[in-house]
Design a protein around this ligand. Structure first.
Ligand code: ADP
Ligand code: GLC
Length: 497
């Protein structure tokens, strides 16, 4: 049990098991559970999206309702649903507003990938609703933990609109940046919806190139900031990865930390995983061969135990380096190898990769879409897992694949660089294969190196499998670091009030 029991409110736009588009959901779900197991009072706030079925999760309606001030738009209402995160003591509140969150399609965009035109209002509303929720429930968190641009307005509101509020007025905040690319940058008129005063629309605070930038406001106003790997902390303070906000991040470098994500080993564990053909462990790998055959059948590949399979599970967007992969994939497929790809994202990629199984029958398998069961099958049945990311704040799949003895081939960037150690053939050490330049040649050469090891150095291959399967990235360790940051934020906030 912990010495100081903290009251922590985690506000995020997605959380497993309720709703997920990317790794943010895994993090919100697993971190809140880990903190709660440590003894903290952890509550999570999510939008009640159309995709969440209240009955499936036993949600109940709270008697309190919310009035959410939205500046020039006026005050909008919301009701609240509440439930316990399955298997935990974490209370989850859902902000219910049919107009903003009751739409089918994606969480942030239509099924065609067009971002919703009113994402500015949707997440401004959600952010402010989370603060109003604390007030109506008389819940005074020690720290409000906000995530990415969607909830970055919370520290702005707290410091300006609620600074004298008896409940939330002295609340510390931690902003976690999972991805610098998405900043919530909208037209300048959003300032009138935020209603915090135009004096805050300046180049250090909420303004960026004449627009209102919510992430920038969050960086300026949060008590502390962290991102999801040490490498990414350094990278985002450079123009290339800071994407216009490297300057404000450098200004706050004393308050900027890196905490690598963990893995939920209850979900991602080949010994217990119910979604794979056969369970296996580091001491008995027989099941992995059956998972490989099952994967080959599932994707219409030739059923051959002797050929290496390279798996990919990814959002098909530029961040993930899929354009570079597209350039070099023919060169890789010249060799005796199979590739399986599961993903969804940019339309060109759907056509490009979606057609590859026709060109490389039995060699290239592809499913364009989102499918959790297939994601598990790929982790278990592949020999290698490829992540050629352009940038990667942390990345989860390389850590998942290690647990399954599926060797990561990654670009040495961000969290990929921090979690994967390059194979050293002389010493038989390391946990994967790294490529350094973001070029088709570098990616192909590294992939061919892995294929060569598979065919010609069984000893090194076995060493890699053994080491990766024994490696752990626990949420318990990450949660302890978050606990330290919450405490630090709390004390820092008190000393400046
Ligand atoms: P990001 O959040 O940038 O997409 P991460 O590696 O942090 O990258 O997390 C991605 C998460 O989403 C992983 O849990 C991965 O398994 C899952 N995922 C991504 N695409 C798909 C898909 N098409 N089907 C199933 N799961 C997916
Ligand atoms: C983001 C990043 C990914 C990270 C995830 C969870 O979506 O792209 O690298 O693992 O957030 O922190």
């Amino acid at each position: 049990m912990v010495e100081t029991k903290l009251k922590i409110l985690i506000v995020a736009s997605e959380a497993a098991p309720y709703v997920k588009e990317g790794g943010l959901a895994d993090v919100t779900g697993a971190l809140s559970a880990a903190l709660s197991f440590m003894g903290h009072d952890v509550r999570v706030v999510l939008p009640l999206y159309f995709q969440i079925d209240p009955k499936e999760f036993n949600l109940t309606e709270c008697k309190e309702t919310l009035s959410v001030p939205m500046g020039v738009i006026g005050t909008l209402g919301a009701s609240i649903m509440e439930g316990k995160m399955p298997g935990t003591k974490v209370t989850v509140y859902f902000i219910e507003n049919e107009y903003f969150f009751g739409r089918p399609g994606g969480l942030y965009s239509t099924v065609d990938g067009e971002g919703y035109m009113d994402n500015d209002n949707r997440f401004t509303f959600f952010s402010r609703a989370a603060i109003e929720l604390c007030r109506v429930l008389h819940f005074k968190p020690d720290c409000i933990h906000v995530n990415d641009w969607h909830t970055a307005a919370i520290p702005v509101f707290l410091n300006i609109s609620y600074k004298d509020d008896p409940i939330v007025g002295n609340c510390a905040t931690l902003l976690t940046i999972h991805n610098m690319q998405h900043q919530g940058e909208f037209y300048e008129g959003l300032m009138d919806v935020l209603d915090v005063g135009w004096e805050h629309f300046h180049y250090l605070e909420l303004e960026r190139d004449g627009k209102t930038n919510l992430l920038k406001g969050g960086i300026y106003h949060s008590t502390l900031i962290n991102t999801v790997s040490e490498s990414y902390v350094r990278e985002i303070q450079t123009p290339e990865f800071g994407i216009n906000l490297d300057g404000v991040l450098r200004d706050r470098s004393a308050d900027l930390y890196g905490i690598i994500n963990g893995v939920d080993y209850d979900t991602w564990n080949p010994e217990t995983d119910l979604l794979i053909a056969k369970n296996y462990s580091v001491d008995n790998l027989a099941g992995k061969a059956l998972c490989k055959a099952d994967l080959q059948r599932s994707f219409g590949l030739y059923e051959r135990p002797d050929v290496p399979i390279i798996g990919l599970v990814t959002r098909l967007v530029k961040q993930k380096g899929i354009d570079v992969l597209a350039e070099t994939i023919y060169g890789i497929l010249e060799h005796d190898v199979q590739i399986v790809l599961l993903g969804t994202g940019e339309v060109w990629a759907h056509f490009f990769f979606g057609d590859m199984p026709n060109q490389y029958k039995g060699k290239f398998g592809c499913y364009i879409g989102y499918d959790n069961t297939l994601a598990h099958k790929i982790e278990a049945g592949s020999d290698f897992f490829l992540m050629p990311s352009r940038f990667e704040p942390c990345g989860l799949n390389q850590m998942y694949s290690m647990r399954y003895g599926t060797i990561p081939i990654v670009r040495a960037i961000g969290g990929l660089n921090d979690t994967v150690e390059n194979l050293n053939e002389a010493d038989n050490t390391g946990t994967g294969f790294k490529s350094y330049d973001l070029t088709a040649d570098a990616l192909r050469n590294t992939t061919l190196w892995a294929i060569n090891i598979y065919y010609n150095r069984k000893d090194l291959m076995y060493g890699l499998i053994k080491r990766t399967m024994n490696k752990r990235f626990t949420w318990d360790a990450a949660a302890r670091q978050y606990e330290k940051l919450y405490l630090k934020a709390k004390s820092q906030n008190i000393s400046c009030s």
